[in-house]
Ligand binder design. Structure first.
Ligand SMILES: [Ca+2]
Ligand SMILES: [Ca+2]
Ligand SMILES: [Ca+2]
Length: 235
């Protein structure tokens, strides 16, 4: 086959998650501890070709556990195109709310279901979430927090200070960069306005970039306008 043709086919594959495994876990922040199965690795399944991808609306890919094998967080193709239904084994996985809350079921080949709503039902409530927080070197990190629960494995701790899972730098949202192109400029205004006017539905990355009121409330609302303008002017 002509070399150029091969390149085009490879490119076509890259934009189709169904045929191209995609993961975006930070190389320095890829492990979480589970009380009964030890370390879980969210990045390196199948030489990092099948690790976990944290998307705007849902997760995909595999967590690897030395002691428990594969844990599938979703195949990246929810039947409705938005969220996994989690009503049967045909359409399961972890969904991400715009405010960062994680919901749904992962499936471990040797351990059965892992419920990401488990932490929210605990006392005190420690829901599994993805949050934008300051990292140890002053950088912003989008990391997982809280707990998930597995019937056969107990708690999966996403909450540790030292060993946690975050997304890589390329997919970490930047303040007021509403189109997520790593540049803050006037082109971000229209995206912000569209969320304000509810012309488009935000994902967690949009909320991380635009929830800029004094006490962020997990939504993009009119209280965020002042912070957004200030952020834009300081860029
Ligand atoms: Ca931008
Ligand atoms: Ca807000
Ligand atoms: Ca508000």
């Amino acid at each position: 086959m002509h070399r150029k043709m091969v390149a085009i086919f490879l490119l076509a594959g890259m934009f189709s998650p169904a045929v191209w495994a995609w993961q975006n876990i930070h190389p320095d922040h890829r492990q979480a501890w589970s009380e009964n199965i030890g370390w879980t690795n969210w990045r390196d399944a199948d030489d990092a070709m099948a690790g976990v991808g944290v998307g705007d609306m849902f997760l995909s890919g595999y967590i690897w556990s030395e002691n428990a094998g594969w844990i599938n967080v979703g195949d990246g193709t929810p039947v409705d195109g938005v969220n996994y239904a989690n009503l049967d084994g045909g359409d399961f996985g972890i969904n991400v709310d715009p405010d960062g809350d994680l919901h749904g079921l992962a499936w471990g080949e040797n351990i059965g279901w892992v419920n990401f709503d488990g932490g929210a039902m605990a006392t005190p409530s420690l829901p599994a979430r993805i949050e934008c927080v300051p990292g140890p070197n002053g950088e912003t990190l989008s990391r997982l927090t809280g707990y998930a629960w597995g019937e056969n494995v107990g708690w999966l701790n996403l909450n540790d200070m030292m060993h946690f899972v975050s997304v890589d730098a390329a997919t970490t949202p930047i303040e007021c960069d509403m189109d997520h192109n790593s540049v803050v400029n006037g082109l971000d205004i229209q995206f912000f306005v569209d969320f304000m006017l509810m012309n488009s539905a935000p994902g967690w990355r949009d909320v991380c970039s635009g929830d800029l009121e004094m006490l962020p409330d997990g939504t993009l609302d009119v209280d965020d306008v002042t912070g957004f303008v200030a952020c834009l002017l300081n860029a």
